[in-house]
Design a protein around this ligand. Structure first.
Ligand code: FAD
Length: 391
C-alpha cells in the first residue's frame, strides 16, 4: 500500500497509525478526526481528569518528544465513504482517497432526548470540561445508568465533594447482567460505603426543569423522581457509523461495522477497529468491543492486515475500571448469565476475586484490588493460535 487513510483520531485510530509506522510503513498516512483536539486517552475523563487530578496535557496519546509521522486532519468529520474507490468525503466538502481505509470512528454517548441545561453525557474531552465547569462540588448529582462510566462518574463526583450522589440503576444492582450477582452486590456495597445512594430497578424517562430551563429532577419509570442540580447520563454508547450508510460496509444489529478476524469489512481495502467495530473473535462470535485494550489489540491486527502480513494472535479480552479506592480488572470472558465463584476475598469487602466458567471450563477472572492475581491469570492463558492470513 502506498497510502492509508484512517478515519477517527481516537485510541484505535492513533494506535493503527502507530502500528503501521512501527511495522515500517513508509507511505502516506492521513488520519481524519472530527474533534479539534489531538488524539487523547478517554479513560481518565471519568476518573482522574474529572476529579481534577490530571490535566488535558496528560491525556495526549502522541509523544511530543517523538511524534508520529502522520498527517493529522482535525475538525474533519467524515460524512460519507464510497467503498469501491475508497474515498471519504468530509462534512465540509473535502475528499480523501487512499489505497486502504481504516474505520476508527468509535462511539457516541446515548442521550435521553434533547439537551437540557445541567444534564451531561461523558464521552469526549469537551463533555468532561463541560461537566467539570458546571460545578459538581456541593451539587446534588444524579447519575443515570449503572454501567462503568456511570459508576466511575459517581465515584469522581463523590471525590469532588458533591452534596449527594444518586445512581439511577436499571438493574437491581449495577452491572448485574454483565458481571453476575456477586460482583454487582460488591460494587453496590462499595459505592454505598462511600455515601452513594442507589435508586435501583428504575430508568429515567426525562427531566423536570426550573423556570430558567435548568434541570431540577430526574423523572423515573417507577413514577417517582430524584431531585438533582446536575445530571450525568451514562446509559451507553452507540457506534459512530451513521455516516457509513450506502458505503457497502455491513452494519450489525448494534450499528457496529461487522468485521472478520482480520478487521476486514468485506469491502476490499476497507478495515475497521475499536468501538465502531464488531469483530469476529474466532472464539465466541461477534465481539462488540467497547474497551481500551480491545481497541489497541485490534489496531495492531488491522495494521498487519493492511500491510498484508500475518499478525500475532489477538489476546483474550481485558479491561479495567476505577471506582473510589478500588480498581476492578476483568480478564478473559464473562459468559452471559454468569454467576461467578468467589476464590478469595469477600462480597462485603473491596478485595473480591471471582472466576467465571462456562460448561465447567474457566473462561475469565475478575479482581477488585487484586492486580497480581488477575495478571497472573492473564499470563497463564496460552496465547490463541489464530493467525491473520497474509493477503
Ligand atoms: P474513540 O476513543 O471514541 O475515538 C473515536 C474518534 O473518532 C473520536 O475522536 C471521534 O471524535 C472520532 N469520530 C467520530 N465520528 C467521526 C467521523 N464521522 N469522522 C471523523 N472522526 C470521527 N475502557 C477500559 O477498558 N477501561 C476504562 O477504564 C475505560 N474508561 C472509559 C471512560 C470513558 C469516559 C469513556 C468514554 C471510555 C472509557 N473506556 C474505558 C473505553 C475506551 O476509552 C474506548 O474503548 C476507546 O476509547 C475506544 O477507542 P476508539 O478509537 O474506537 O473510539
Amino acid at each position: 500500500q502506498r497510502s492509508v487513510l484512517v478515519v477517527g483520531s481516537g485510541l484505535a485510530g492513533f494506535h493503527t497509525a502507530r502500528a503501521l509506522r512501527t511495522a515500517g510503513f513508509g507511505g502516506t498516512l492521513t488520519v481524519l478526526g472530527a474533534e479539534q483536539h489531538p488524539p487523547y486517552d478517554r479513560p481518565p475523563l471519568s476518573k482522574a481528569y474529572l476529579a481534577g487530578v490530571v490535566s488535558a496535557h496528560d491525556l495526549a496519546l502522541d509523544d511530543p518528544e517523538d511524534p508520529l509521522d502522520v498527517d493529522w486532519v482535525r475538525g474533519a468529520g467524515a460524512a460519507a465513504l464510497d467503498g469501491p474507490t475508497r474515498t471519504v468525503r468530509t462534512r465540509d466538502g473535502r475528499a480523501f482517497t487512499a489505497d486502504a481505509v481504516v474505520l476508527a470512528t468509535g462511539a457516541e454517548a446515548v442521550r435521553l432526548g434533547p439537551p437540557v441545561p445541567g444534564t451531561h453525557v461523558l464521552r469526549t474531552l469537551d463533555d468532561a470540561d463541560a461537566l467539570r465547569s458546571d460545578g459538581v462540588g456541593g451539587a446534588r448529582v444524579a447519575v443515570v445508568g449503572g454501567g462503568f462510566v456511570a459508576l466511575e462518574t459517581a465515584a469522581a463526583a463523590t471525590a469532588l465533594g458533591a452534596r449527594s450522589v444518586t445512581v439511577v440503576s436499571p438493574e437491581r444492582n449495577p452491572l448485574l447482567g454483565r458481571l453476575g450477582p456477586l460482583v454487582a452486590a460488591a460494587l453496590r456495597g462499595l459505592h454505598e460505603r462511600h455515601g452513594v445512594r442507589f435508586v435501583d430497578s428504575a430508568r429515567a424517562t426525562g427531566f423536570l426543569t426550573h423556570d430558567g430551563g435548568r434541570v431540577r429532577a430526574v423523572v423515573l419509570t417507577t413514577g417517582g423522581s430524584v431531585d438533582a442540580d446536575l445530571v450525568v447520563t451514562g446509559v451507553g454508547a452507540t457506534p459512530a457509523t451513521g455516516w457509513l450508510s450506502g458505503s457497502g460496509v455491513t452494519l450489525g444489529p448494534t450499528g457496529a461495522v461487522v468485521c472478520d478476524v482480520t478487521g476486514g469489512t468485506g469491502v476490499p481495502g476497507v478495515w475497521a477497529t475499536g468501538d465502531c467495530a464488531a469483530w469476529d473473535t474466532g472464539v465466541d462470535g461477534a465481539h462488540p468491543g467497547g474497551h481500551w485494550q480491545d481497541a489497541v489489540d485490534q489496531a495492531a491486527v488491522v495494521a498487519a492486515s493492511v500491510l498484508g502480513r500475518a499478525s500475532a494472535a489477538l489476546p483474550d479480552p481485558y479491561f479495567w475500571s476505577e471506582q473510589h479506592d478500588v480498581t476492578v480488572q476483568v480478564a478473559g470472558r464473562v459468559p452471559a448469565d454468569a454467576y461467578g465463584r468467589v476464590v478469595a476475598g469477600s462480597v462485603a469487602g473491596a478485595d473480591l476475586l471471582v472466576t467465571y466458567e462456562r460448561g465447567g471450563v474457566e473462561t475469565g477472572i475478575l479482581g477488585m484490588n487484586r492486580p497480581r492475581e488477575v495478571m497472573r491469570w492473564r499470563r497463564s492463558r496460552a496465547p490463541r493460535t489464530r493467525l491473520v492470513a497474509s493477503a
